[in-house]
Write a protein that binds this ligand. Structure first.
Ligand code: URA
Length: 433
């Protein structure tokens, strides 16, 4: 078999066979097939898509490209969650400790930032010394001991996705349904949890721009999970505007900790409670109402915050940053963006803000880029808020002053002020189970 022929076949829009998919997954994982050929194949898939059957095979082959964890010794309470990627989406940092505090076992494998979206691993790595490279043995041990572990694709879990994910990030091949579905579900299957809740984002700051596309992606992933004997459900949630006020790694950890300590960041808390309740309901077999009550209780009692501290400690992170989040964002340059007129924030565009945060240093342009953990955006106003002329709408942060200058023009187009209030949009747009 030749990789050239596989690329050619997909370029012509023909479906690949299991042996062809197996050949390139194995060859890429073993560094036999180079990045440039897989880039070409990913672009051919972007243009010509994959059938449901090809996507399921790709998922299966990528899950099996490394170790498949067997969490059956932990019983049926293992639960995982995954977002298809958004701006300011730090829900994992809130949801995982909530449900672990409630008695579920969260053994979750997360990704780095992808395109204009942030990644849980980058956020966690902004906590000094936090170790996301957990071996499969330690992954299971920590899940058993404290009920929560958040790690990257380390040891040897879904290594093909790890490589492909990093490649897609810098080759404009992220926003592709079969590649997203197989990327997410291969990690979820390899990580071994019995219950999986998916948060499929939809809108400008998501890879799926319409509710219809997001719903199709969600259905495909739910189907793949069920065919592998997992309990899976999915929410479609709005990502036309950022979630919460913070965008960027340490800024987002800080905001997540605030919510765990009881701060009511409205949209972020609403979605975190909803996702947590679904995870509790699936894995502990509770009713929806009970699950919502339990999720709220875990925050109100401080148990979720304690669980987060426990996890940071177990993974070597410096908990003084969690106990006092003002330790983040030292030696950072900032720039205040002011309103040029009075009125309502009518538009606050997730995609533009996500791209700005990458330019500021919160994401990568090439695979080897180092993240500036302090870089990002703190919104002081959200869509629908009233502003006065010259009031600060947001603050931009970067360790590199030049980068603040680079985005000054771009930031003007990220929001719009009008005399009228925008129509309130629901956060949760659909539910698939
Ligand atoms: N999250 C993933 O893990 N993979 C994708 O392709 C998109 C979001």
């Amino acid at each position: 078999m030749r990789m050239n022929d596989i690329i050619e076949k997909k370029k012509e829009g023909k479906p690949l066979t299991r042996s062809e998919i197996h050949y390139f997954v194995k060859g890429y994982t073993n560094n036999v097939i180079p990045d440039y050929q897989v880039s070409a194949l990913a672009m051919a898939v972007w243009f010509n898509k994959m059938t449901k059957e090809e996507t399921a095979i790709l998922t299966d082959e990528m899950a099996k490209s490394g170790d498949m964890l067997d969490l059956s010794s932990l019983g049926d309470k293992t639960v995982d969650k995954h977002s298809s990627g958004g701006i300011g989406d730090k829900t994992t940092l809130i949801v995982a400790p909530i449900v672990a505090a409630a008695g579920c076992i969260v053994a979750k494998m997360s990704g780095k930032g992808l395109g204009f979206t942030g990644g849980t691993i980058d956020k966690l790595e902004s906590i000094p010394n936090f170790n996301t490279s957990v071996s499969p043995n330690d992954f299971i041990k920590q899940a058993k001991n404290i009920g929560i572990v958040l790690a990257g694709q380390t040891g040897n879990m879904a290594p093909c996705d790890k490589k492909l994910y990093a490649l897609r990030d810098v080759t404009a091949t992220v926003d592709c349904m079969p590649l997203i579905a197989s990327s997410i579900m291969s990690k979820k299957l390899a990580a071994g949890s019995k219950n999986i809740v998916l948060d499929v984002k939809c809108g400008s700051g998501a890879f799926m721009k319409t509710k219809e596309d997001a719903t199709e992606l969600a259905k495909e992933m739910v189907q793949i999970g069920r065919s592998c004997n997992r309990n899976v459900s999915a929410f479609i949630t709005d990502m036309s505007t950022p979630l919460g006020f913070a965008i960027g790694n340490s800024l987002e950890v800080k905001e997540a900790v605030d919510v765990l300590k009881g701060k009511n960041v409205k949209d972020l808390k609403e979605i975190s409670i909803e996702l947590s309740a679904e995870m509790i309901s699936l894995s502990l077999k509770k009713s929806k109402d009970d699950s919502i009550r339990i999720a709220n209780e875990m925050i109100d009692s401080g148990k979720a915050y304690q669980k987060f501290l426990e996890m940071v400690m177990a993974q070597g992170g410096d908990i003084s940053y969690i106990e006092d989040t003002s330790l983040f964002l030292k030696d950072v340059c900032s720039y205040e963006v002011k309103a040029n007129r009075e009125g309502f924030i009518y538009k606050l565009d997730a995609l533009t803000l996500g791209k700005i945060s990458v330019v500021l240093g919160a994401g990568r342009n090439v695979k080897t880029d180092k993240i500036d953990y302090n870089a990002g955006i703190l919104l002081l106003k959200k869509r629908g808020d009233r502003v006065h002329k010259n009031e600060t709408v947001m603050v931009l942060y970067s360790s590199n002053k030049d980068k603040l200058n680079d985005v000054k023009e771009m930031v003007v187009s990220s929001f719009e002020i009008r005399d009228i209030e925008p129509v309130n949009k629901p956060l949760i747009l659909n539910y698939i189970n």
